[in-house]
Design a protein around this ligand. Structure first.
Ligand SMILES: Nc1ncnc2c1ncn2[C@@H]1O[C@H](COP(=O)(O)OP(=O)(O)OP(=O)(O)O)[C@@H](O)[C@H]1O
Ligand SMILES: [Mg+2]
Length: 182
C-alpha cells in the first residue's frame, strides 16, 4: 500500500520521516525520486522551484512500490499522486509554521506564501478533490514534538488506517489568522 505524506513546507514531513525510518518503516521522498530519475517538467522561475512531472512519477511509483505492504511517499506534492491509497496530512498553526520556516532560513516572501497556503487549507482542498474523506488523515503538529507526530502516524498504521474522529479532516480552522500580519 502506498501512503502519501504531505503538508505545507515546514509542517515536519522530513523530520517525522526520519523517525519513521528509524522505526523500520519505508519512507521515500518524492523530490528525491524526481531529481534522481529526471521527472522534472521545468522550473517555476517566480518561486525558484522545480515543477514535478507527476504523471511520470505516478507511473514509476506504481511500478516500484504498489506491491509493497506499506511505503510512505513524502513531499508537499505527494497528494497529487493518484497511486496512493491513503493520505496523511501534517498541519501546523500559522504562527508556529512561520517560526519553523524562519529556522529553515527561508525569505520573507516565501514564508508569507506558505503560511497563507496553510491558513487557506490549500493542500487539504487539493487532497479532498482527489481522495475520499475517509482516506485522509490530518495531524495537527502545532503542539506536538516530532516524536509525538511519529507516534500518531504509527497509531494510524496500527489501526489499519481505520477512519477515526481523532484524525478526521475538517477540525482545523485557522481562517481568522488571515487578518493578521505575517
Ligand atoms: N513537531 C515539530 N515541532 C517543532 N519543530 C518541528 C516539528 N516538526 C518539524 N519541526 C522543525 O521545523 C522545521 C521544518 O521541518 P521539516 O524540514 O521536517 O519540514 P518539511 O515538511 O519536510 O518541509 P519541506 O516541505 O520544505 O521539505 C525544521 O527545523 C524542524 O526541526
Ligand atoms: Mg521536507
Amino acid at each position: 500500500m502506498i501512503v502519501a505524506l504531505s503538508g505545507t513546507p515546514g509542517t515536519g514531513k522530513t523530520s517525522v520521516s526520519a523517525l519513521l525510518q528509524k522505526e523500520g518503516y519505508e519512507v521515500v521522498s518524492l523530490n528525491e525520486i524526481a531529481i534522481k530519475k529526471g521527472f522534472i517538467e521545468g522550473i517555476d522561475k517566480k518561486r525558484n522551484s522545480k515543477i514535478l512531472d507527476i504523471y511520470r512519477l505516478n507511473e514509476y511509483i506504481r511500478n516500484k512500490y504498489a506491491a509493497e505492504d506499506l511505503v510512505f511517499i513524502q513531499g508537499h506534492a505527494a497528494h497529487f499522486l493518484n497511486v496512493a491509497e491513503k493520505i496523511v496530512l501534517l498541519r501546523c498553526h500559522p504562527k508556529k509554521l512561520k517560526k519553523r520556516l524562519e529556522k529553515k532560513g527561508w525569505n520573507k516572501e516565501k514564508i508569507k506564501e506558505n503560511v497563507e497556503a496553510e491558513i487557506l487549507d490549500v493542500i487539504l482542498c487539493e487532497t479532498a478533490e482527489r481522495y475520499p474523506e475517509k482516506s485522509i488523515f490530518e495531524i495537527d503538529t502545532s503542539n506536538k514534538t516530532i516524536e509525538s507526530v511519529a507516534e500518531s502516524i504509527i497509531e494510524i498504521i496500527k489501526s489499519n488506517f481505520e477512519p477515526t474522529k481523532k484524525y478526521n479532516i475538517g477540525k482545523i480552522d485557522w481562517s481568522e489568522e488571515i487578518l493578521k500580519d505575517f
